[in-house]
Design a protein around this ligand. Structure first.
Ligand code: TYD
Ligand code: MG
Length: 414
């Protein structure tokens, strides 16, 4: 049950609306405030748009407050003014964090409070360039009687903050915890009213964090920014492919390419096969779709003549990232074949291609940017599907193939 605010029905005269010519509306190109963290600027579509409302969601403890404090530090250094509203931590705790992050903090004003009306009142007087509300679940409106963090409160506070951001042209970031019980009263409740939705992902036990754009009225979606959590805060990782490649020489690994937003990433897939002792062989996939793996194993068996029916098969993606792109099919097949044959493939080879049930290898989108990334990272050879764009020149030795059997042959130099 959700409490709704009762609306008094007053019989006011109907408002008159006027039309405006689109071209009469003042427009300033690139009215954006660059953050100064390249990875964050990218996910924002080039910086903070004035008067926009941004939602930053993520699990508790992932680093949302840390990132926003770092951002505050950077933009206040360049003369902007930030209002940091903390409903969860005391002013002292925030000072401790800022100290740890080496932030001077002149130009950052703090409010340790949770009542929305009081916060808006104060923010209206301060007129900051950026307001950060940490977190939306901690603030409450005194107009409602339900508890802070309930759906009704989150919705009401989100809507009021949106009006405030638009009317006063104060860029506002709402931090939202993804709650254990899924999406109720979490950031999802607000996704439709905000301009930009960013999610902070990653395993708390692992160092790297990925920030992902889910929605952006001022830029493209599916962009990612990669960070590493260090003792002195979040550091951007300008070359994230290096995180997802292990450089082992063992058989059973292949480097594949995925595209996240506009960014190509090279990722290592590892496979291990071993004779099964049960009636049903095990197929365990981490970071790879389970059904896709079964399909690829069948293709390998029937179209490439590599026997896997009596083998347990484990597939894992280095770095804990998930690959859901069909462009990784061929790489997964090569990795498994490499494990079955117990022969490594060249370490400087990247494998790109989608595989069909007939064993045919098909071209994938964005080949140019994938090959460029491989070249930049020092790869020497690329195995790709035979198609038009492979005639372009790269600093890579291109092996173009049409079938899985041919691919396996080339990978092991037969
Ligand atoms: P925090 O930003 O408080 O997470 P959130 O606001 O998303 O709940 O940071 C969470 C973790 O980050 C915390 O467990 C400690 C760690 N951390 C570092 O490793 N280095 C640092 O410099 C800081 C400030 C935090
Ligand atoms: Mg926090």
């Amino acid at each position: 049950m959700v409490e709704e605010l009762a609306v008094e029905s007053t019989s006011k005269p109907v408002q008159r609306l006027n039309t405006q010519s689109l071209t009469d509306i003042p427009y300033q190109k690139d009215d954006r405030l660059s953050v100064g963290i390249k990875e964050l600027d990218r996910v924002l579509g080039g910086g903070l748009v004035r008067g926009s409302l941004i939602l930053l969601g993520g699990d508790p403890g992932i680093g949302k407050s840390t990132l926003m404090m770092q951002l505050s530090g950077l933009i206040t250094d360049r003369g902007s003014r930030v209002l940091y509203v903390s409903g969860e931590e005391s002013a002292y705790q925030i000072r401790v964090r800022a100290e740890r992050l080496g932030i001077i903090g002149e130009g950052i004003q703090l409010i340790a409070g949770t009542e929305l009306e009081a916060i808006l009142d104060c923010a209206g007087q301060q007129k900051p360039d950026l307001m950060i509300v940490d977190s939306i679940q901690a603030v409450y409106s005194s107009k409602l009687t339900s508890a802070p963090g309930s759906v009704a409160q989150v919705r009401e506070c989100g809507a009021s903050l949106m009006h405030f951001a638009k009317d006063r042209e104060v860029t506002t970031v709402l931090i939202g915890h993804v709650t254990k019980y899924g999406l109720i009263a979490g950031p999802k409740t607000l996704e439709h009213i905000v301009d930009t939705v960013l999610y902070f992902e990653g395993e708390r036990t692992q160092q790297y964090r990925i920030i992902r754009t889910i929605k952006n009225r001022f830029g493209s979606t599916n962009e990612i920014g990669v960070f590493e959590m260090t003792a002195t805060g979040l550091q951007e990782v300008p070359n994230p492919s290096s995180l997802f490649i292990s450089h082992t020489e063992a058989p059973g690994s292949a480097v594949v390419s995925i595209i996240e937003g506009s960014r190509p990433l090279l990722v290592e897939v590892q496979a291990l096969t071993s004779p099964t002792y049960f009636n049903y062989p095990q197929r365990i996939a981490t970071g790879v779709d389970h059904k896709r793996l079964s399909m690829l194993l069948a293709v390998l068996e029937r179209r490439a003549g590599i026997s896997v029916y009596a083998q347990d098969c484990f597939v894992n993606v280095v770095g804990g990232i998930k690959v859901m792109e069909t462009s990784t099919d061929l790489g997964i097949i090569i990795a498994i074949a490499s494990s079955v044959r117990d022969k490594p493939i060249p370490r400087d080879m990247v494998v790109i291609g989608e595989v069909g049930l007939g064993g045919e290898v098909r071209p994938v989108f964005g080949l140019d940017s994938r090959l460029k990334e491989a070249e930049n990272l020092g790869f020497k050879t690329a195995m790709i599907a035979r198609n038009e764009s492979s005639k372009m020149t790269y600093g890579l030795n291109i092996i173009d193939i049409t079938e899985v059997r041919e691919a396996v042959g080339h990978a092991f130099n037969q």
